[in-house]
Design a protein around this ligand. Structure first.
Ligand code: IPM
Ligand code: MG
Length: 370
């Protein structure tokens, strides 16, 4: 039997725990049928951690995240914790995990499941077959740049500062990931910044261009300003393969791209660091959707994005592409049978609960994985 793989589960707040519960059932299925065993630790994060421990992420949980092979993250946040100071916001937890684990490469696929093409607000012909990868730089830029803060001026008014900052190595390492990803896809990279108004944009463009000339001439490279990219994503999204961009533009463009697919509840993501001497990469996987407090605890949430995040974990951290594909195919199979949670419900389909979707995926795994 292969060595145990270790994972830390951080269900978090809102619909996070419900979605994670369904992933546990999928893992149970794998445990019963596969040689690989998973050792799972669970921890508190976000509002759940604030309530129990007085902080969005304890040092112990941070240490656990550093020691496991992969982290599966649910979602954090909710109105209950909106009043706290900046450092007490549930979101601090995910920012600290990203920074301290060095997860600079955030892969956010926007893929349209053919069965859901009608669910998009865009015309089906614009998005049918869409398959783009937004690669977002995740540990730099305005999210972490110093100086930052709010000060009170002598006249009593206030002044707030955030700093957008990037170095050549930071840009180079994310661009490298973009070119490598593109080589395994349709070989196209679109690098996105605002070199027309920002110095970081100028350096970004120069650095990506130089790396391309040095090592990746076989990959097609285009540059685009971020505002134009937003427009092009809605106008003709299929022109893109891999989009590489900074932390803030990536945050916005990935939300935009996710909604092209009409199904936020379906999209997973992976955040990866550099490989260490043993070849192991720190990694965290999470659905793109948030904690959806309005439907939390009602067995209404769509657990597929968290399940598909687990599939990404199997592919990128555990090198188990067949098992990953099995989960993805099970999800597709369930959709093709017209089984839907409320968020993706369509006329003529069967509406199921979170648990019902879990049941359907397990049944599909039985069928497909025999
Ligand atoms: C995301 C989220 C986070 C971000 C928040 C929760 C801090 O919007 O992962 O896209 O801004 O990065
Ligand atoms: Mg976001």
């Amino acid at each position: 039997m292969a060595a145990n793989k270790t994972m830390l589960f951080l269900p978090g707040d809102g619909i996070g725990p419900e979605a994670m519960r369904e992933v546990r059932r999928v893992i149970g299925w794998f445990d019963r049928r596969r040689a690989v065993r998973f050792d799972i630790k669970e921890g508190l994060v976000g509002g759940a951690s604030i309530d129990a421990k007085g902080t969005p992420l304890t040092d112990e949980t941070m240490a656990d995240a550093m020691s496991v092979d992969a982290v599966l993250f649910g979602a954090v946040g909710g109105p209950k914790w909106d009043t706290g100071s900046f450092d007490m916001k549930p979101e601090r937890a995910i920012l600290r995990l990203r920074k301290e684990m060095g997860l600079y490469a955030n892969l956010r696929p926007a893929t349209v499941f053919p069965e859901l093409a009608e669910a998009s607000t865009l015309k089906p012909e614009i998005i049918a077959g869409l398959d783009i990868m937004i690669l977002r730089e995740l540990t730099g830029g305005v999210y972490f740049g110093e100086p930052r803060g709010i000060e009170t001026l002598p006249d009593g008014t206030k002044r707030a500062v955030d700093t957008q900052v990037y170095t050549t190595p930071e840009i180079e390492r994310i661009a490298r990931v973009a070119f490598e990803l593109a080589r395994k896809r349709r070989n196209k990279v679109c690098s996105v910044e605002k070199a027309n108004v920002m110095h970081t944009g100028v350096l970004w463009r120069e650095t990506v261009t130089a790396l391309h000339a040095r090592s990746y001439r076989d990959v097609e490279l285009v540059h685009m300003y971020a505002d134009n990219c937003a427009m092009q994503l809605v106008r003709n999204p299929k022109q893109f393969d891999v989009i590489v961009t900074d932390n803030l533009f990536g945050d916005m463009l990935s939300d935009l791209a996710s909604m092209l697919t009409g199904s936020l509840g379906m999209l997973p993501s992976a955040s990866l660091g550099d490989a260490d001497a043993t070849g192991r990469r720190k990694a965290l996987y999470e659905p793109i959707h948030g904690s959806a407090p309005d439907i939390a605890g009602k067995d209404l949430a769509n657990p597929l994005a968290t399940m598909l995040s687990f599939a990404m974990l199997l592919r990128y951290s555990f090198d188990l592409p067949d098992d990953a594909a099995l989960i993805e195919n099970a999800a597709r199979d369930v959709l093709s049978k017209g089984i839907r949670t409320a968020d993706i419900m369509q006329a003529g389909c069967t509406k199921v609960s979170t648990t019902g979707m879990g049941d359907a995926v397990l049944a599909a795994l039985e069928r497909l994985g025999a």
